[in-house]
Design a protein around this ligand. Structure first.
Ligand SMILES: Nc1nc2c(ncn2[C@@H]2O[C@H](COP(=O)(O)OP(=O)(O)O)[C@@H](O)[C@H]2O)c(=O)[nH]1
Ligand SMILES: [Mg+2]
Length: 187
């Protein structure tokens, strides 16, 4: 049984942490913003950005879901796959309940996705719930789930979904799927 999530019985709050991880420019920040927007949290992403609008260290957002008299607080982070932020990345991955790997669906990005997954694989705990998204599915010629699985060497049991962070397509579904995986792990 996995028990990273924090259960605060006095305040009837369960806290958990999800990280959007993937190569630079794959759409992690856009996915997080799309998710929060979909759930009605406009402008609730706090980012540390460069002057060109790229994420410098991370983005951070919180979602609060109510069930009965309990509150589920989901802390959401993004981590870039850029080498020079490696230190930050491993700090962000600490205590993570689930990771959404945001792959860049463009055919030219297969190697980038692979390199990034190999880095993540080395540091992620086996108990961490994991889901893969092929992002940018609004573009022509994006790779299929089978191609991603074969490039990354993923087994048949691994779940791959299609998203377009820019249109919001599939982003909420991916989040909900991962959330269920985390809760199943705990149960
Ligand atoms: N066509 C398309 N572009 C996207 C999508 N998601 C992100 N982008 C674009 O890709 C670039 C990088 O996105 P961003 O979210 O900042 O990537 P990050 O580095 O992973 O946080 C931006 O120009 C986005 O507008 C998508 O689903 N489709
Ligand atoms: Mg970003």
């Amino acid at each position: 049984m996995v028990m990273i999530m924090i259960v605060d019985r006095a305040n009837k709050t369960i806290k958990l942490k999800i990280v959007y991880y993937g190569p630079a420019m794959s759409g992690k920040t856009t996915s997080l913003k799309a998710l929060l927007k979909e759930l009605g949290y406009d402008d609730h992403v706090r980012s540390v950005e460069t002057t060109t609008g790229r994420t410098l260290f991370f983005d951070f957002g919180v979602i609060k879901l109510k069930f009965d008299d309990w509150t589920l607080e989901v802390n959401l982070w993004t981590a870039t796959g850029q080498d020079y932020y490696a230190g930050t990345r491993y700090t962000i991955l600490r205590g993570t309940d689930g990771v959404i790997f945001v792959a860049d669906g463009q055919r030219t990005c297969i190697e980038l996705n692979k390199k990034c997954w190999e880095e993540l694989k080395r540091v992620i705990k086996r108990s961490t719930a994991l889901l893969f998204c092929i992002n940018k599915c609004d573009l022509n010629g994006v790779i299929s789930p089978e191609e991603l699985k074969s490039a990354l060497g993923l087994g048949d049991e691994v779940e791959v979904m299609r998203t377009s962070a820019i249109t919001g397509m599939g982003v909420k579904e991916a989040f909900e799927t991962l959330l269920l995986k985390i809760l199943e792990n705990i149960g």
